[in-house]
Design a protein around this ligand. Structure first.
Ligand code: R5P
Length: 308
C-alpha cells in the first residue's frame, strides 16, 4: 500500500519537515477559503493509499479543525484505504470534564468529530491521557518529553523540576527521572481562562534554579505564577519547558517580564509571526517520522510512546 502524506494549513512547516524526514513528497491537495468563511478541500489521487493527514488544531482552532475533518472526508471519498490523522496539538483537550453544571465537555465533542472522520489518530502529549477514551477510533499517544529533556540537558545543573500544577506532576516526574533531578510541585487554582493563583509549593526550591515543565503555555498565567511563587520562597534562575507553545495574549508580555534563562517548546504549534520571545524550538518531525514509518508497516510504537 502506498504511503500518502497530506498537509493541512495548520501544520504546513511541520508536514514539510516530516516529508523530508521520511523521504516522501507531500500529496497535492487544494485548500481554498470561500468569501463566506467556508473551507473547500480537494484531495489529490489517493485511491488505495495509506493516508496520513498532518493537521494540528492550534488557533485558528475552528478553521483548523474543520479543515482536518474535510481533508479526512475528501481522502475517504477519494478511495483511501486507511486515513490517519496526525494531530500534533489537540484543541479542546482541557475541556475533559464539567467544572460546573450546564457546561459542555468540549474534549469529547472534538474527539468524537475527529475520531469519526479518520481510522486512527496520532496525538503528541495531549493534555490528559484519559482523552484517549473520548475517541471512537484507536489513538496513538506520542510524547515529546524525551526530545525536550535532551534539549534542556546541557542547560541544567542542580535544577529542581517544578510541576506548575497537579496535572503536570507525572510529566514533570518523567523529566526529573530523565535528567536525574529532584522535583517539586505547585498547588494551583484557576480563577478564569486568563488567571490562576498559587496555593502553595510542595518540595524545597530554596537557593536552587528550577525547570518548570508543563504540557502547554497559553496565556502564560500558569508558568508565571509558578515561577513567581518559587522565586518568592527562594528559587533562583528559571527555565520553562512545554510541549505546546500556543502563546495566546497576553503570554508574550507576561513571559517577557520573567527573565527566563530559556523557554523551550516543540513545533507542535506553528511559530507565531513577529514573536518577540526568545524561544528554543524542538522539532517533532523525527518523532512523527518514526511513528508514521512504523504505523505504515503495522509495526509497534512501544519505544516511541515510552514510559507514561
Ligand atoms: C492546565 O491544566 C494546563 O496544563 C496548563 O497549565 C495551562 O492550560 C496553561 O495555560 P496558561 O498558560 O493560560 O496558564
Amino acid at each position: 500500500m502506498r504511503l500518502a502524506l497530506v498537509s493541512g494549513t495548520g501544520s504546513r512547516d511541520l508536514a514539510r519537515t516530516l516529508a523530508r524526514e521520511i523521504g516522501a513528497e507531500l500529496e497535492c491537495c487544494g485548500i481554498e477559503r470561500f468569501p463566506d468563511g467556508e473551507i473547500s478541500v480537494t484531495m489529490g489521487p489517493v485511491r488505495g493509499a495509506d493516508v496520513y493527514l498532518v493537521q494540528g488544531t492550534a488557533p485558528p482552532v475552528h478553521d483548523n479543525l474543520a479543515e482536518l475533518l474535510l481533508l479526512a472526508d475528501a481522502a475517504r471519498r477519494s478511495g483511501a484505504a486507511r486515513v490517519s490523522g496526525i494531530v500534533p496539538y489537540l484543541a479542546y483537550a482541557r475541556q475533559d470534564r464539567r467544572e460546573a453544571e450546564g457546561e459542555a465537555v468540549g474534549g469529547r465533542v472534538a474527539a468524537e468529530a475527529i475520531g469519526s472522520a479518520v481510522d486512527r489518530v496520532v496525538l503528541v502529549d495531549p493534555h490528559a491521557a484519559a482523552l484517549e477514551g473520548f475517541f471512537p477510533c484507536p489513538v496513538e499517544r506520542l510524547s515529546a518529553v524525551p526530545l525536550l529533556a535532551e534539549c534542556v540537558r546541557p542547560m541544567v545543573g542542580d535544577h529542581v523540576v517544578v510541576a506548575p500544577d497537579l496535572g503536570a506532576v507525572k510529566r514533570a516526574a518523567r523529566f526529573a527521572r530523565a535528567l536525574g533531578l529532584g522535583m517539586a510541585s505547585v498547588r494551583k487554582r484557576r480563577l478564569s481562562g486568563h488567571d490562576v493563583e498559587v496555593l502553595g509549593i510542595d518540595g524545597d526550591v530554596r537557593g536552587r534554579p528550577i525547570l518548570i515543565v508543563d504540557d502547554m503555555i497559553s496565556t502564560g498565567a500558569t508558568i508565571v505564577a509558578a515561577a513567581n511563587a518559587a522565586r518568592a520562597v527562594g528559587a533562583t534562575r528559571v527555565i520553562a519547558v512545554a510541549t505546546h507553545g500556543l502563546f495566546a495574549p497576553p503570554s508574550v508580555e507576561r513571559l517577557s517580564s520573567l527573565e527566563l534563562d530559556a523557554l523551550v517548546v516543540s513545533d507542535s504549534v506553528p511559530a507565531r509571526p513577529r514573536m518577540t520571545l526568545s524561544l528554543t524550538v524542538v522539532g517533532l518531525a523525527p518523532l512523527l517520522a518514526s511513528a508514521v514509518e512504523r504505523l505504515h508497516r503495522d509495526a509497534p510504537l512501544a519505544e516511541l510512546i515510552g514510559q507514561r
